[in-house]
Design a protein. Structure first.
Length: 193
C-alpha cells in the first residue's frame, strides 16, 4: 500500500532502501519523489531513523520528508538561465572578436575585464596579460598621464569621444608612424575604434 506513494521509477529505490534497513546498513538522507492524492509529483528530502528492539532487530522506521519541489524548480530554472547566459556570452564574443574595431571593457576601478581579438592584435599581447590589470599598467604611465580625459571616463554617464594621437610604439613594440585613435567612452564601456 505504501508503494502507491512512489512514482514508478522511485519504487526500486524504496525497495533497495528497505533492504538496506533490514540488513542494518546506515541510511543517509536522500532526495526522492512522492505522489500526492491529486496525482501531483513532489520532490522530497527524506531522512530515515530506524528504531531497534532489545534483540537488535529493526522494529520500526521513522521517516521525515520535506517538500523541496520549489527548490528543485528554482535550481532547474537557474540551470536553464545559466545555459542561456553562456550562449549569449558566446554570441557576444563571436561578434566582438569579428567586429572591425578594437574595444575593451574596463570597470570603475580602471581594470580591464574584457578585450576583443582586434585589441589583442593592436597591443600585440595576449588577453590574459591585460585582463585584471589597470589601464595604466597596460598602456604605460607616460601615455596614461597624457590621456587624462580617458581616466575620467563618462562624467554624468554620457557618451564622450577623445581623439588621441598615439605613437604606434605605445601600442606595440615595433617602430612606425603615429596613428590616430579615437576613444569612445560610454557608461560601463570604454571602446577604442
Amino acid at each position: 500500500m505504501v508503494k502507491e506513494l512512489f512514482p514508478g521509477e522511485e519504487r526500486e529505490q524504496f525497495a533497495a532502501i528497505m533492504q538496506r534497513i533490514v540488513d542494518a546498513e546506515p541510511i543517509d538522507a536522500y532526495e526522492s519523489r512522492r505522489l500526492t492524492k491529486d496525482d501531483r509529483t513532489l520532490d522530497v528530502w527524506v531522512t530515515l531513523t530506524t528504531l531497534v528492539g532489545e534483540e537488535g532487530n529493526v522494529v520500526s522506521i521513522a521517516s521525515t520528508e520535506r517538500d523541496i519541489t520549489q527548490r528543485k524548480q528554482t535550481e532547474a530554472q537557474l540551470k536553464a538561465l545559466n545555459r542561456e547566459l553562456q550562449c549569449k556570452e558566446q554570441e557576444f564574443r563571436l561578434l566582438a572578436d569579428n567586429v572591425p574595431a578594437c574595444f575593451s571593457y574596463i570597470d570603475a576601478g580602471q581594470r580591464y575585464r574584457y578585450v576583443n581579438r582586434r585589441y589583442v592584435e593592436l597591443f600585440a599581447r595576449p588577453a590574459q596579460d591585460m585582463i585584471g590589470k589597470t589601464v595604466e599598467e597596460v598602456l604605460g604611465s607616460r601615455f596614461y598621464k597624457r590621456a587624462l580625459p580617458l581616466r575620467l571616463f563618462c562624467p554624468g554617464g554620457d557618451w564622450c569621444e577623445h581623439p588621441v594621437p598615439v605613437p604606434i610604439t605605445t601600442l606595440r613594440p615595433i617602430s612606425g608612424p603615429r596613428v590616430s585613435v579615437t576613444t569612445v567612452c560610454c557608461p560601463s564601456w570604454w571602446c577604442l575604434s
